[in-house]
Design a protein around this ligand. Structure first.
Ligand code: GDP
Ligand code: MG
Length: 780
């Protein structure tokens, strides 16, 4: 029997974890190991994926993957007694001065004063990393990208500790490179050799979180464990014997609550101490001679001796290298550069281990780690009763992922977000800002006139810079408001559920459930939509999603639709508008199907995802995020957009002899437009003024309308008719995204992709508009 066939609500014992490669490793890392109890909770509303419980937390998995997991059902399961003995201590912790009970508080070999103490902040997703990072660094942090990849990299000094630098790494579950982020985190720890690791562990989910810890300890780098969310553990009557845990793990363990800022000072003290004195973990050996016959223990130690010299040469911690090799990690094997003979011996050792242990190599190693964790937890953790947070989450999920309620609630929530952003809060703030910009423009305008500034300069400042940058700047409130809501949705844990609910639909076009978020934001504005693709775990999905978002009708296209429907389709306004929105979606779907067959052949990321308990995000996190987004946007407005404004202004204000023209039909822009006019003639748009307006639409889509109004003075009935207006609408919907959006694409994917995308969309737009114009002719 496989997990797929298990009835909902029932439990079973995993007997075999099938599948292969990195996905299988990922399952093992997440605790789906033979011998573990697994419970099926529910199916997504569309029947796939499924949600299940293993080791007390909720995971999702597609049916196709569940089919590979074999189970046996038993009558009753002995719920493993994981409570520490009654006499165990309350959560107390030795202060720094108490000579910690286990690790030598060394004072030998301190790093020279003034050495920058670099730290990697490593932990599972949703373990509270961002919260802790913000607490540690206060406001002195900067955001960038990891070299070569566009995953956010946040660095910052610990507050009041100028000689420190903490790097917030992507959330990971294991040091096996399953997703690109896990590779980033692993390479960071391996290659950049931080002076210390701060490992954040979610104490409410301690089994799974310690799995990563086991591997970090093998890295032979000074480390402290921040046992986060202790407020929830103690609040629900649980406790953890921290001293015992320190003893068993060989590193300082500090109970904290990042969101309440408890224990953070102590964490800082310990982190600085271990890094300054380079106190390495006292224990890196987690295999037990007596456990399951000791096969894994013997194999591991044999491999350690076998590869010692190679590991030292490659600069990889030997214990880590050995366990990865036994697991079957190809990258480490390659990095170690073993001889043929050594490779053979390695293979023999692994085979022998598999034989003796009765499990394949990856499962045997994962099982070894989980066995040690079980041992640690049984001696230190007194489990809380079922937590209030968990119960609350299950209640909320009855609605938000319920079979009949999930999709209505999704539509409701997204509708509300868009309504509040584009009609209420954002629009209100935008109105205010626009008034401010107008006032300022008027002020500067009269000031310049009063000073008798040269006419050209005056024109540049007012009609160029103020109008251009100003119109873009006025989008700031909308973007910040939209991000406010999205960060609420994401940090609270709802986005993970949306992905769960929508996965089946998106799979049909070659994406996974998570891509729904950027696509939805794309209806607001492509720029934040493209920025939000960073939440996607795989490069393939991320690229594909970025290439699809511009097909969604962003709000800047709305003025164009409104303008032309009023002029040419007064009776069918609503119909035409809705039609355009739907056309965008259809073209997007077709494009996705095409991309899937050509550019992005692979499979969408498997959908193994944790569904965390719903939690309220901290105001500090939200504030920090909004500030980052605003800064990012402002930076762009004053660089890319500023330059582009000046260029367009120049082109429409000067003629080829570089003298200033009053009538823009003499301008360089008009000449350029004249050149491309033949291209647009088959679409019924063969007029230089229309071409100009489309070009200026690249700056910002709204300016298609404003340019037309200036150039035609209202009377364009002579150039356009119903049919060419329809073709113009279709073209405007689909052609290349605005400068700001292209700049975002460039930032995420590079110049080549940005240019290709722009050209490709123009091509698609041309053919669609041509089709509309041509087919229309048949009827009229
Ligand atoms: P990350 O994914 O590891 O960056 O995790 P976040 O920092 O985004 O935190 C995930 C969620 O846990 C957020 O909603 C936080 O507000 C919440 N959280 C973080 N630390 C604590 C804590 O110590 N106690 C409680 N109760 N919640 C916390
Ligand atoms: Mg985070």
């Amino acid at each position: 029997m496989t997990l797929k066939d298990l009835p909902i609500g029932e439990s079973a014992l995993i007997s075999k974890t099938g599948g292969n490669g990195e996905l299988r490793q990922h399952f093992l890392d997440m605790g789906v190991i033979p011998g573990t109890i697994i419970k099926k909770i529910k199916l997504a509303p569309m029947g796939d994926p499924i949600e299940f419980d293993v080791n007390g937390y909720e995971l999702t998995m597609r049916l196709a993957d569940a089919e590979k997991i074999e189970i046996t059902q038993q009558d009753n399961y002995e719920v493993s007694a994981q409570n520490a003995s009654d006499d165990h201590n309350k959560t107390i912790h030795p202060g720094l001065g108490e000579d910690g009970k286990f690790h030598s508080k060394g004072d030998g070999n301190p790093l020279p004063d003034g050495t920058i103490l670099t730290y990697a902040l490593v932990g599972n997703q949703n373990s509270g990393k961002t919260t802790l990072f913000n607490q540690l660094t206060g406001s002195n942090q900067h955001v960038g990208n990891f070299p070569g990849v566009t995953v956010d990299r946040k660095d910052g000094a610990i507050r009041n500790q100028p000689n420190t630098l903490v790097t917030d790494l992507p959330g990971i579950y294991s040091m096996s490179p399953y997703s690109s982020e896990e590779l980033i985190s692993r390479d960071f720890v391996l290659n950049e050799k931080p002076r210390g690791i701060i490992n954040i562990v979610d104490a409410t989910n301690i089994h799974r979180n310690l799995y990563l810890t086991m591997q970090l300890l093998e890295m032979d780098i000074p480390m402290v464990i921040a046992l986060n969310m202790m407020d929830e553990v103690t609040g629900n009557g649980g406790s953890i014997d921290v001293n015992k845990m320190e003893e068993l793990l060989g590193v300082p363990v500090i109970p904290i609550s990042a969101s309440k800022n408890q224990g953070v000072d102590e964490l800082i003290k310990h982190a600085i101490h271990v890094a300054h004195f380079q106190e390495k973990p006292l224990r890196q050996d987690f295999c037990d001679e007596n456990e399951s016959g000791g096969a894994v223990h013997r194999a591991l130690h044999a491999v350690i001796h076998l590869i010692q010299d190679h590991a030292e040469k490659a600069g990889i911690p030997v214990r880590f290298a050995a366990s990865k090799l036994l697991e079957g990690d190809k990258r480490i094997l390659y990095a170690l550069n073993l001889d043929v003979n050594e490779k053979e011996i390695l293979e023999h050792i692994a085979l022998q281990m598999e034989n003796e242990r009765g499990l394949d190599r990856s499962a045997a190693i994962a099982d070894m780690r989980y066995a040690y964790i079980k041992n640690v937890c049984s001696r230190t953790v007194r489990k809380p009763r079922e937590s209030r947070e968990r119960i609350r989450s299950q209640k909320i999920d009855m609605l938000l992922t319920g079979k009949y309620t999930a999709i209505p609630f999704f539509i409701l929530i997204m509708g509300l977000v868009f309504f509040l952003t584009f009609n209420v809060i954002g629009a209100f703030l935008q109105g205010l800002l626009e008034k401010g910009i107008e006032g300022l423009t008027a002020l500067v305008d009269s000031g310049l006139s009063a000073m008798g500034t040269n006419e050209v300069l005056h024109d540049l400042i007012i009609d160029g810079i103020f109008t251009g940058v100003g119109s873009v700047l006025s989008f700031l409130p909308i973007i910040v408001t939209l991000f406010f809501f999205l960060s609420l949705l994401e940090d609270s844990g709802y986005i993970a559920r949306v992905a769960f609910v929508m996965d089946t639909l998106l799979r049909k076009i070659g994406l996974s459930g998570r891509s729904i978020v950027p696509l939805l934001i794309g209806f607001g504005c492509t720029v934040p939509a493209i920025m939000s693709t960073r939440i996607l775990p795989s490069e393939r999905d991320r690229k594909m999603t970025i290439l699809l978002t511009p097909f969604m009708s962003c709000t800047a296209k709305l003025p164009i639709y409104a303008f032309f429907t009023a002029a040419f389709f007064p009776k069918y306004g609503g119909l035409v508008m809705t039609g355009l929105y739907i056309l965008g979606i259809i073209v997007g779907i077709l494009a996705a199907l095409l991309y899937r067959k050509t550019l992005f052949k692979g499979e969408p990321v498997p959908f193994v995802m944790e569904l965390p308990n719903y939690r309220l995000p901290t105001p500090k996190n939200v504030g920090q995020l909004l500030w980052e987004k605003a800064k990012d946007f402002l930076e762009r407005a004053f660089t890319v957009i500023f330059m582009a404004t000046i260029v367009i202004w120049f082109l429409q204000s000067f003629n080829l002899h570089l003298s200033f023209v009053e009538d823009s039909s003499q301008s360089i822009l008009a000449k350029i437009s004249g050149l491309i006019e033949p291209v647009f003639r088959p679409l019924g748009l063969g007029d230089w003024r229309i071409c100009t307006s489309l070009i200026s639409g690249v700056m910002a889509k709204e300016s298609v309308v404003s340019t037309l109004e200036i150039l035609f003075d209202g009377g364009f009935g002579s150039v356009l008719n119903t049919l060419s207006a329809a073709s113009l609408l279709v073209f405007s919907l689909l052609y290349c995204p605005c400068i700001a959006a292209m700049a975002s694409v460039k930032r995420e994917l590079g110049t080549r992709w940005a240019i290709t995308l722009a050209l490709w969309q123009c091509l698609v737009a041309w053919f669609c508009a041509f089709a509309v114009y041509g087919i229309g002719h048949l009827f009229i």
